[in-house]
Design a protein around this ligand. Structure first.
Ligand SMILES: [Zn+2]
Length: 193
């Protein structure tokens, strides 16, 4: 993993536009952005994701090719970018969400929203549930595409990344908050060239 700025990431995404869209269209769907947490420590970055976000909000990439096939979201990796917050070690979803000793930080949340905004701008994506999903939402096929048996919070809860961003938040609000923040950045045009 190497560090990268948001504007450098924007350039990489531009170069990957055709590769991502042809891969997505081969599956008869749009390019998608999948938002994860790693379930590891703040400083741990994994090659399964194209982009990983540190606790301080700084960005790392595992590849310069955003259309490279990575193993981040089961049965959904073609034509998709995996973005992870490095956090959530020892998190557990029981009767309530326990995000463990290393929960998502405010810096990580804002940084992920900015990454979503920049990638969606470059890749011509509406920032909605059909195109920008948390792994919790993807695991439960919340976009209406039944691509696999559900394995998220609605089922056996094998994956529940970003189901909530903070302990005590209402169930299944993580994706809406991230998309809302990304759409705010988009509307402000703070990140556009
Ligand atoms: Zn995940």
């Amino acid at each position: 993993m190497r560090p990268i700025t948001l504007s450098e990431l924007k350039q990489l995404a531009r170069q990957s536009y055709d590769g991502l869209w042809s891969a997505a269209k081969s599956m008869d769907r749009d390019v998608k952005l999948y938002c994860h947490w790693t379930g590891g420590h703040y400083v741990q970055h994994f090659d399964d994701y194209h982009i990983s976000i540190d606790a301080d909000g700084s960005l790392y990439v595992s590849t310069d090719n955003m259309s490279e096939l990575k193993a981040h979201t089961w049965h959904r990796n073609t034509g998709a970018i995996g973005i992870a917050m490095a956090c959530a070690y020892n998190s557990f979803l029981g009767s309530h969400a326990d995000l463990g000793p290393e929960p998502p930080t405010d810096a990580q949340i804002e940084s992920m929203a900015q990454v979503i905004c920049v990638l969606a701008d470059v890749l011509d994506l509406t920032i909605d549930l059909q195109r920008v999903m948390t792994h919790a939402e993807a695991a439960d096929n919340k976009d209406g595409l039944y691509l696999h048996e559900p394995y998220g919070p609605d089922a056996d809860c094998e994956r529940w990344d970003l189901y909530v961003l903070k302990e005590g938040d209402a169930p299944y609000t993580g994706g809406d908050i991230l998309r809302g923040k990304a759409n705010f950045y988009r509307a402000q045009r703070l990140l556009s060239d």
